[in-house]
Design a protein around this ligand. Structure first.
Ligand SMILES: Nc1ncnc2c1ncn2[C@@H]1O[C@H](COP(=O)(O)OP(=O)(O)O)[C@@H](O)[C@H]1O
Ligand SMILES: Cc1ncc(C[n+]2csc(CCOP(=O)(O)OP(=O)(O)O)c2C)c(N)n1
Ligand SMILES: [Mg+2]
Length: 316
């Protein structure tokens, strides 16, 4: 395809998709999609945008942008304990570049296929590069994981490792080499969908770590009417992070966001179950603190209360 118009681009996107689902009654091509939600589940919806220069550096591999634009949304569904099903893609492109779109859709549909998610519609416009994805999923109504259910005495857990994406970005912007493990965390975060579903029924709260674990935990504290005590020394790090993160910047990097891990709470009686779940999912699960009565997130390091300059990411 050489110089493609708007409708050629849409048709190209449509033909790149391989997943088919019986609950998509009408997908891309009409004024709206028609979908059949299961009667016994709640429909869960979320939407997140990636803007060039804000959410990813100029010059980022389009495959990574495609993957990540869906991944950050599947991460939000995972945090609700929902199983993803459908998505919408709003693309704002500076020009009609079919090579770029081919790479973008490769990344997008690779992740969509891995989770049996169908792209059912969207919008394509011209302007500064920006990608908005809306994702839908289902969860049994009584089993959804929310920010408001944490109880005094519950353990706080986090999946995977924290700070890898922030360290990758910091090294990239400083013109330093970025090991593949860190680059992958920045470009191709893994939404913890299987973990979210497995936590249904016993995790008391859950949130995904997009803005930084301390800031995101602050939302859980506010919604649950509690305080959180977090042990800075317990925050999980990857080998690459351990080797490359400057000592004095570690906690700051670990609370910078862009991690897309799940931070959840569960009563201490579930510790053994969670150790078994970590093994079953082949995913690190680390206890990083607990909820107490009070307000706000209290971070300790080597047993002493620690004050961080910045507690997470915020746009304004
Ligand atoms: N422009 C908006 N209009 C309506 N709701 C919004 C808007 N922006 C954010 N929200 C809602 O505010 C809540 C917090 O959003 P956000 O901090 O972006 O969450 P997350 O980190 O999970 O993406 C979510 O319920 C989200 O749907
Ligand atoms: C150029 C660039 N700047 C900054 C970052 C880091 N970064 C991008 S998004 C983000 C936080 C999450 O973004 P937001 O839009 O707040 O997502 P949400 O919390 O709504 O999921 C961070 C820390 C980056 N990856 N690339
Ligand atoms: Mg958001």
């Amino acid at each position: 395809m050489k110089s493609a118009g708007e409708f050629d681009l849409i048709e190209f996107i449509r033909t790149q998709q391989s997943v088919v689902r019986p609950d998509v009654l009408l997908g891309i091509g009409d004024d709206a999609a028609m979908l059949q939600a299961p009667a016994d589940h709640a429909l869960v919806m979320c939407s997140d945008t990636l803007n060039e220069g804000v959410h990813f550096p100029v010059g980022t591999d389009p495959e990574a942008i495609g993957w990540k634009s869906l991944a950050v949304n599947l991460s939000d569904l995972a945090a609700m304990g929902a199983c993803p099903s459908w998505c919408l893609l709003n693309l704002c492109l500076p020009e009609s570049d079919t090579r770029w779109l081919e790479r973008f859709t490769n990344g997008f549909f690779e992740l969509a296929a891995a989770h049996d998610v169908v792209l059912v519609g969207g919008d394509t416009t011209r302007g500064p590069l920006s990608i908005s994805v809306t994702a839908c999923g289902f969860v049994p109504r009584e089993l959804a994981l929310t920010r408001s259910g944490a109880k005094v005495g519950d353990d706080i857990w986090v999946s995977g490792t924290l700070g890898d994406a922030a360290l990758a970005l910091r090294r990239m912007l400083a013109g330093e080499s970025v090991p593949a493990e860190l680059m992958d965390a920045l470009d191709r975060p893994t939404p913890r969908v299987a973990l979210g579903s497995a936590l249904r029924g016993f995790a008391s709260s859950c949130i995904d770590v997009s803005d930084g674990v301390l800031q995101d935990l602050g939302h859980v504290c506010a919604a649950s009417g509690l305080a959180a005590e977090v042990a800075g020394d317990w925050l999980p790090v990857s080998d690459a992070f351990d080797a490359l993160a400057p000592r004095e910047a570690r906690l700051q990097l670990q609370s910078s966001g862009d991690d897309y891990e799940l931070c959840f709470s569960a009563a201490p009686g579930y510790r053994n179950l969670l150790v078994d779940l970590a093994e079953k999912l082949d995913l690190r699960l680390t206890r990083i603190g607990s909820f107490t009565s009070g307000q706000g997130v209290h971070l300790t390091q080597a047993g002493r209360l620690s004050a961080l300059e910045k507690r997470g990411h915020a746009h304004f």
